[in-house]
Design a protein. Structure first.
Length: 156
């Protein structure tokens, strides 16, 4: 009976690992319509997509919201300090980090996946998605270079 349980567990583990390594294919049909699938089409040339790159390029997180916070809402932050809440594999977080490095804008990164403390802070202010940026009396959810430059230039 123990052997049957081990065999079942092994089969389950193999099945899960097989599905986790599935590839994503992209191709265009005769009418110019783009298709995405986890199964390679038999009669079409399909491009194999990198899953991480796909997540950062085709994110559903397209809206960027900027709020002016009440002054006391930023009491645990230095008014001139830029703070960004991130996760490890977030494409918009990477875009923001790259932009800050290019423009030599100092910031403090708080990764909510690697720090329980930062995760608690994130939940406390009602964070739903990353990146979330705070500076002065501003809060930006998401990241857009144009929107950030417009708002940051007002505060510096």
């Amino acid at each position: 009976m123990k052997q049957l349980g081990k065999s079942w567990f092994l089969l389950l583990a193999i099945t899960i690992s097989w599905t986790a390594t599935a590839e994503i294919y992209k191709w265009t049909d005769e009418n110019g319509k783009v298709h995405f699938s986890d199964k390679q089409p038999t009669n079409k040339d399909a491009e194999t997509l990198d899953e991480q790159a796909l997540a950062s390029r085709y994110s559903s997180y397209a809206q960027v919201a900027v709020k002016v916070l009440p002054y006391d809402a930023s009491k645990n932050r230095k008014p001139d300090k830029l703070v960004i809440y991130t996760t490890t594999h977030c494409g918009y977080c990477a875009k923001a980090r790259k932009y800050f490095a290019e423009k030599k804008i100092p910031y403090k990164e708080k990764n909510i996946e690697t720090s329980k403390k930062y995760n608690r802070e994130f939940k406390k202010f009602g964070g739903k998605g990353v990146p979330v940026l705070f500076w002065g009396k501003y809060k930006m959810t998401g990241f857009s270079v144009a929107r950030f430059e417009k708002m940051y230039s007002k505060s510096v």
